[in-house]
Design a protein around this ligand. Structure first.
Ligand SMILES: [Zn+2]
Length: 578
């Protein structure tokens, strides 16, 4: 039988493959004569790209890709320009950022005087007795590197409670302290973190550390309706597209913010893919906390979806590096500006070890990614301890547990993270904005493993770039600025604002690594590596066309990069041509 059958089978296979080829539809569009940086495993660069049904069909040389075109295929001539996979930001807070200036535009503040001027101006608009708020103007980014004092706030706003908030810490004026019940006898009674800074006489000096839950300020002015909130969110997504983003991770999603994302997705109005890390209460009984985690695990958005997907949970483990409260392995050192007078002070740990372990265990049990804000090197080590312990019960590698920020590391924590497959969500823009203050506080040598991006890559770890965009729309005026090319430039040069020289240039990335940091690596962080992050057959056609060659232009030209076009799933969502 065999000799007879074999030729028949061979003929059939041949006929089928010819037929299949004849039926393979032509691409919807091809891009030719360019420099298509695929960011595949080999970092291959080709001249052309073909897309059908929103997915990449093939990359290759111009002749080969042109040959695929049919009569209805659109042909785009790139004229030598560079194409990159759509960029991904691993850390934003888009819904809140989008409406932060809904009531009024908030000016940039770079000095204590500008802060006081803004508050003084608000006293003329805000009714007496109502809160005036200044959010996330980090003192490390003020020329004076200090908080406005309680007395200064009282002077400009004697009849309004005032909160100047940075991260978990707030400076309040006298009326603000009184409104919160913060006096010399105040004690934390809910088992949660936090304390009041006191002056030499035992009076609160205005600085409330980790006590945000006691400060009920209400909204800043007019509150947007659902429709207004969504319109602003869409506007922000459009701005993300303009600067090259096609996907982001919301690292602080709530039921409320998810409602808005869902409405946009259901209306087909999302132009940026959104992965969600859901927050949950970390204060209160463990039973309540576990129940909250169980509820998140049952959320319908846990289903695979390349537009909107809930990937895990987010908690806050320590204070901030911009507020003198990151949890460090060595004492912070005295600093009047931060209000640190205790030589042994190492920052603030917001979740005790045993409770952290229970939370990680519960999230892991549901197969979700746990991540926590952990700035200081001790916070990172504490989180890794919890991951290591749970890893003995549930293998964690596939769950890609995270360390959010992970600014201060040690060689040891880099190694431990790589070993456990723990991924790092890091903000280069902080290196750019905060190096001056951090070197002043810690000295150059103690910052050896500050955002140690090259060491992470060398030791087999995975880090992705994020902005922690939380306030305002606008890539350079926002807090934090979300321009990815300024961030890439920072990773290449380790140069910073108001600072001469470079911060440990031995940790600088190569061009290839800097591009991977905002594409491929982040796709891994967000569990979308089979969908986006590189331009390979079968993946979604999310890509950008930029105005320069990011592999060969001078270092300083990188930060000036302009995006000419942004395409998401084969559809153009932004063009510089209007
Ligand atoms: Zn954040």
């Amino acid at each position: 039988m065999r000799p007879l059958c074999y030729p028949i089978v061979a003929w059939c296979v041949l006929a089928m493959s010819v037929a299949a080829r004849a039926q393979t539809p032509a691409p919807d569009a091809v891009w030719v004569n360019g420099k298509v940086v695929t960011v595949d495993g080999a970092f291959a660069v080709h001249a052309a790209l073909a897309v059908r049904d929103g997915r990449v069909v093939r990359t290759g040389d111009t002749a080969a890709i042109r040959a695929l075109a049919g009569p209805r295929t659109q042909v785009h001539d790139l004229q030598g320009r560079m194409v990159l996979p759509g960029l991904i930001d691993s850390h934003v807070h888009a819904p809140a950022a989008a409406v932060f200036e809904f009531d009024h535009e908030i000016p940039p503040m770079e000095t204590v005087q500008e802060v006081l001027d803004y508050i003084a101006a608000r006293t003329k608009v805000v009714p007496e007795g109502r809160w005036i708020q200044v959010q996330q103007v980090f003192i490390t980014r003020l020329k004076e590197s200090r908080y406005p004092t309680r007395a200064e706030l009282d002077r400009v706003a004697p009849r309004h409670p005032v909160m100047f908030r940075t991260g978990p810490d707030s400076m309040l004026n006298s009326l603000g302290l009184a409104k919160c019940g913060f006096d010399r006898n105040f004690e934390v009674k809910d088992g949660g973190p936090g304390y009041l800074e006191k002056d030499a006489n035992g009076e609160p000096n205005g600085l409330a550390r980790g006590l945000a839950r006691y400060i009920k300020t209400g909204a800043i002015g007019r509150v947007p309706t659902d429709a207004e909130q969504r319109q602003r969110l869409q506007q922000l997504m459009h701005d993300y597209n303009r600067i090259g983003f096609t996907a982001v991770a919301d690292r602080g999603a709530s039921a409320e913010s998810i409602r808005h994302y869902r409405a946009l997705r259901d209306a087909g109005q999302l132009t940026v893919r959104v992965a969600l890390s859901h927050t949950f209460p970390t204060v209160g009984s463990l039973e309540t906390i576990k129940a909250a985690i169980d509820e998140i695990a049952a959320h319908p958005l846990r289903q695979r979806d390349a537009w909107l997907q809930l990937i895990g949970t987010k908690a806050w483990l320590d204070g901030g590096m911009l507020t003198g409260s990151a949890f460090m392995s060595q004492p912070w050192g005295r600093n009047e500006n931060y209000g640190i007078r205790d030589d042994t002070y190492r920052g603030v740990q917001l979740i005790p070890n045993d409770r952290l372990l229970e939370m990680v265990r519960q999230v892991a049990k549901h197969g979700m990614q746990f991540t926590a804000h952990a700035q200081g090197d001790a916070a990172g080590a504490t989180l890794l301890d919890a991951y290591e312990a749970v890893n003995r019960e549930v293998p964690l590698r596939a769950l890609r547990m995270g360390i959010t920020h992970s600014s201060f590391m040690t060689r040891e924590t880099v190694e431990r993270a790589a070993r456990l497959g723990v991924v790092l969500d890091i903000q280069p823009i902080w290196l750019y904005l905060d190096t001056r203050t951090l070197v002043g506080q810690f000295g150059y040598d103690r910052l050896r493993y500050f955002q140690p991006l090259r060491t992470i890559a060398a030791l087999g770890g995975v880090a992705g770039g994020g902005s922690d965009h939380m306030l305002k729309i606008g890539d350079l005026r926002s807090i934090n600025p979300y321009n990815p090319f300024l961030a890439m430039w920072t990773t290449l040069t380790r140069r910073a604002k108001w600072y001469d020289g470079q911060l440990h240039p031995e940790e600088a990335l190569s061009r290839r690594q800097a591009i991977e940091f905002y594409t491929r690596n982040n796709a891994h962080l967000l569990f979308w590596e089979n969908e986006v992050g590189s331009l390979e057959p079968g993946k979604r056609a999310d890509f950008i066309v930029v105005d320069r060659d990011l592999l060969t232009c001078p270092d300083d030209a990188v930060r000036e990069t302009r995006v000419l076009e942004t395409w998401v799933e084969g559809k153009r969502v932004w063009t510089a041509g209007g």
